[in-house]
Design a protein around this ligand. Structure first.
Ligand code: CA
Length: 629
């Protein structure tokens, strides 16, 4: 593994060209991922001590760290210098700026409206979720003859007990707004006791009853801007009438995760943490009405982790009126098949003048001009942007999941949105991949008539765009390629996946690397056969980051363990384990990599770099254990 990884990273470093950083980033901060070995992070940590790097935050299980760079005034130059030296460090997998991400709304139009205003307008003309108050003729996205057919979707919707959770990673939510209070749509963490100062569910966040504020690092995701409340209202508004005189109980939940500040800007590091929160706390859809910054491997990896957890990621295409094929907008442009990149249309399916587009990279269009939704302080307002188009799609996916009575994996959800829509309408043709605008009725009806397909490819990376990225020399690196490799090794899937990925290797990398990969693959298979497994009943304490979890070990070999724990471990993550011997008299401390998981309760953890003393201890234990298959 280590030789392979070093070789790949050598390619990545050679292929990486250092240039001026065009996009905004947090001054004086870098995000660094260490290579997946104990030696790598330890060696780096010892070097970092005494340098001008100060650790701000770690995602321990990912070997990902956020550092502040202390230096002279004009921290921009110190960040660039620091990145340069980090990229050259053999223990570093990648290092990047902490890019700044921004809301993708063009702002609120007109003033805030009261509930009475909305009700009186509705009584006159029924312009509901779209259409300015002053322009009564504007079409409504609620009406049955409205193009996206939301009401028609409601008409066929199944009744069941499943409640989809949509994570709104944004400026927060005014959870006191009547619409959210009356509907009960705000997500509540079932395993957290409010205000007892204890992290009851052991998820790393104290009293996180209704989400989290990653800007202030508190349990209060109150919206201090207005964007997140507007976006949340649109999502809820796709699943029920949010302007009704009596608000019905919600069919979905909104998990507010605040990472954009009171100006609508946020750091990539906070966005990443919010994504992992959504992954680990039961959301199935993520709404990302934001973008900007440059390519971030760390952010892409977080969305890939969402893919691996079968989640969909709805992303705003951006509001710069530019072509995302030639000027990528992130995160919408990451090459992952759970990402849906969404452009905005106005009435009559005309592309909004501000909307980004892209025949190769933007998937679908959705209404995003003058959309009426909720605003903090019990008010309402119209706003425009791909920020508004995106939550319509997230809301439709929540409706699809409600219809299915279960989560729909990100791959399938994207396939349905891309396949069940209205194509060649207005002037959309040639502007987005599908030439289409979304249609809620068609999407929900598809789920109703065809059911839910559970299939999802082992790798979330879409081949065509991966190749383009690799050619650009920025998206390769040990992380992505290593992930293919790990996925491949751990997949028990058919040979189709395997050869698909090998083909990708062939194209991306040299045949020499392919030969090494095959050799490594064979070695891993041999190792797996060599290590006899034994049934065991013992305790394991698992350290991930600065948290310690307790679980049990049910099978052990010199290659790894099967552990059972209620905690959620990320596949591919590195964990430190203290494994007790069956008699409880001895303890072996070893690092391992999570290589598979079953229902987020059982995990296969492969040992990394085990020392002689550790393996001889385990060999000693196995003499009294029963062999297992
Ligand atoms: Ca908690």
């Amino acid at each position: 593994m280590s030789i392979f990884c070093k070789f790949i990273s050598a390619i990545a470093i050679v292929g990486w060209s250092y240039g001026a950083l065009a996009a905004d980033y947090v001054e004086g901060e870098v995000i660094v991922k260490f290579k997946n070995s104990q030696n790598g992070s330890a060696a780096f940590a010892s070097k970092a001590t005494g340098s001008n790097l100060n650790l701000k935050r770690s995602w321990g299980k990912l070997n990902l760290h956020q550092f502040s760079v202390s230096g002279k005034a004009g921290a921009k130059s110190s960040v660039q210098q620091m990145l340069k030296s980090l990229q050259a460090d053999p223990n570093v997998e990648f290092a990047e700026p902490n890019y700044i991400l921004k809301k993708q709304s063009t702002g609120i139009e007109g003033g805030a409206l009261s509930r009475n205003d909305v009700q009186s307008v509705r009584a006159q003309s029924q312009p509901q979720i779209s259409g300015k108050v002053s322009a009564m003729s504007t079409e409504s996205y609620y009406q049955s003859d409205a193009p996206i057919q939301v009401e028609d979707a409601w008409g066929i919707l199944a009744s069941n007990s499943y409640v989809p959770v949509v994570a709104v990673i944004d400026t927060g939510l005014d959870y006191n707004h009547d619409v959210f209070v009356d509907s009960g749509a705000v997500w509540t963490n079932p395993n957290e006791i409010p205000n007892n100062g204890i992290d009851d569910d052991n998820n790393g966040y104290i009293d996180d009853v209704h989400g989290w504020n990653f800007v202030a690092n508190t349990n209060d995701p109150m919206d201090d801007e207005d964007h997140g409340t507007h976006v949340s209202g649109i999502i809820l508004g796709m699943t029920q009438d949010i302007f009704a005189s009596t608000i019905s109980p919600a069919k979905i939940r909104i998990m507010p995760l605040k990472f954009l500040d009171s100006t609508g800007s946020g750091a990539t590091s906070d966005g990443i943490e919010a994504i992992y929160y959504a992954i680990n706390n039961g959301a199935s859809v993520i709404n990302a009405s934001w973008g900007g910054g440059g390519f971030s491997q760390a952010l892409q990896d977080a969305i890939l982790e969402a893919y691996n957890n079968k989640m969909t990621f709805a992303a705003a295409a951006g509001n710069a009126s530019t072509n995302n094929d030639s000027s990528p907008t992130y995160p919408a442009n990451y090459s992952l098949s759970n990402i849906i990149s969404i452009a905005a249309t106005k009435d009559n399916d005309q592309m909004a003048s501000f909307s980004n587009y892209g025949k190769q990279t933007v998937h679908v269009a959705s209404p995003g001009v003058s959309i009426l939704s909720t605003l903090p302080n019990n008010s309402y307002a119209y706003a425009s942007g791909t920020s508004m188009a995106t939550p319509m799609v997230a809301g439709i996916i929540a409706l699809m999941e409600k219809q299915a009575g279960q989560p729909i994996n990100g791959y399938q959800a994207a396939q349905i949105i891309l396949g069940q829509n209205d194509s060649n309408v207005g002037n959309i043709s040639g502007k987005v991949i599908t030439d289409a605008r979304v249609n809620a009725y068609k999407a929900v009806n598809y789920v109703k008539t065809s059911g839910v397909d559970e299939y999802q490819p082992a790798s979330g990376v879409t081949a065509s765009r991966s190749l383009a990225s690799a050619a650009g020399g920025s998206a390769g690196g040990c992380g992505l390629v290593g992930k293919y490799f790990m996925d491949n090794n751990n997949s028990d899937g058919g040979s189709g996946n395997y050869f698909g990925r090998i083909l990708l290797f062939l194209i991306i990398l040299s045949p020499f690397v392919l030969a090494m990969a095959l050799k490594h693959q064979r070695k891993e298979e041999e190792d797996r056969r060599i290590h006899q497994r034994y049934s065991i009943t013992s305790e394991v304490r698992i350290s991930v980051g600065d948290k310690e979890l307790v679980g049990s070990v049910s099978s052990i070999s010199l290659g790894g363990v099967k552990i059972n724990t209620e905690a959620l471990l990320e596949q591919g993550g590195i964990v430190e384990m203290n494994i007790m011997s069956p008699d409880g008299k001895e303890k072996v401390q070893v690092l391992g990599k999570v290589v598979w998981s079953q229902e987020r309760k059982s995990y296969g953890v492969q040992f990394c770099d085990m020392a002689e003393t550790q393996s001889s201890s385990i060999t000693g234990w196995t003499k009294k254990l029963v062999k297992s298959s």
